[in-house]
Design a binder for this molecule. Structure first.
Ligand code: ATR
Length: 277
């Protein structure tokens, strides 16, 4: 029979997830299918009922349902509960368990690219205060970083994220202007907004004039492969982390949850890079 996995979202038909998960199935010599369940909000409930009846072994959740799905899962992993969003659901003994692998996927891509980095001695800045930033912030806090700040155009949204902090890690909500001025203090800077993505692909969220040489500058935007933000970071002597790593590793973590195996994702990452470049 093999596994049946899926993705629910709207729109979802152009997702790369089937390509990624079929690669993982091949790698593990498993039979299975990863199917897209593109579903409009009006049909969400009935599609989810069908997926439960079909006993889909596991599925991903994407825009705009990462929060809506909370009311449909039977159990919530504590980390997903903290983030307040689910991107991965596991079917186990007739029940759905909700997880979130987005932020952890980012951290894994960071550590795969820069294994020498000791996060506990680093200061990080997340730029943006949407769902992506929330997940990355929570995952970074779990790594006992020296500090994790959030900069956002709308300060109230950054305050909401900082309020999630239940660790002893110092953390401030700051403006984009403050971030530009104080950039030199950060070892890791993560751009989580859509600025840099078409049609805004000629824009960059903040100036990197004050970035520290050797700092790691990440952008979660992966189309274009290299955003103007990352081009600028390279010119300023920073190290860069491209956005597709997070996409691949959040998928790898989801596959690991569904199948209770460990995935080697670096080869797939290189293949994906070749396609994007
Ligand atoms: P997601 O859940 O995908 O992260 P989101 O909730 O829409 O998306 O959040 C988008 C983020 O990009 C927000 O931090 C938003 O800033 P505001 O909170 O001030 O709206 C940020 N953003 C989007 N376009 C921006 C722009 N042109 N300049 C600055 N920030 C921008």
């Amino acid at each position: 029979m093999g596994y049946l996995f899926g993705l629910i979202g709207y729109p979802a038909k152009h997702s790369r997830s089937p390509w990624i998960h079929h690669h993982f199935l091949d790698q593990q010599h498993e039979r299975g299918l990863y199917r897209i369940f593109e579903t409009s909000p009006a049909d969400l409930q009935s599609t989810l009922s069908s997926m439960k009846q079909l006993q889909v072994d596991g599925f991903n959740v994407t825009v705009p349902y990462k929060e809506d799905i909370l009311q449909y899962v039977d159990t919530l992993d504590p980390y997903a509960e903290k983030v307040g969003a689910v991107n991965t659901v596991l079917y186990q003994d007739g029940e759905w368990i909700g997880y979130n692998t987005d932020g952890k996927g980012f951290v894994r891509s960071l550590l795969e690219a820069y294994p020498e980095v000791d996060l506990s001695s680093c200061k990080a800045l997340c730029i943006g205060a949407g769902g992506a930033s929330r997940g990355i912030y929570t995952a970074l806090l779990e790594k006992n970083m020296t500090r994790v700040d959030i900069a956002n155009r709308t300060p109230e949204r950054a305050n909401t994220i900082v309020a999630l902090n239940d660790q002893h890690t110092p953390s401030l909500a700051i403006s984009l202007e403050e971030a530009e001025k104080s950039l030199e203090q950060y070892d890791i800077i993560v751009q989580t907004t859509s600025v840099g993505m078409p049609p805004n692909d000629d824009q960059q969220i903040i100036s990197l004039a004050n970035v520290k040489k050797g700092a790691i500058v990440a952008d979660i935007v992966y189309k274009p492969f290299e955003t103007v933000f990352l081009e600028d970071a390279k010119q300023k002597g920073a190290r860069v982390l491209h956005g597709h790593g997070m996409l691949i590793y959040q998928a790898a973590l989801a596959y690991e949850i569904w199948t209770n195996t460990t995935i080697q994702a670096d080869e797939l990452l290189r293949k994906f890079e070749q396609q994007l470049k």
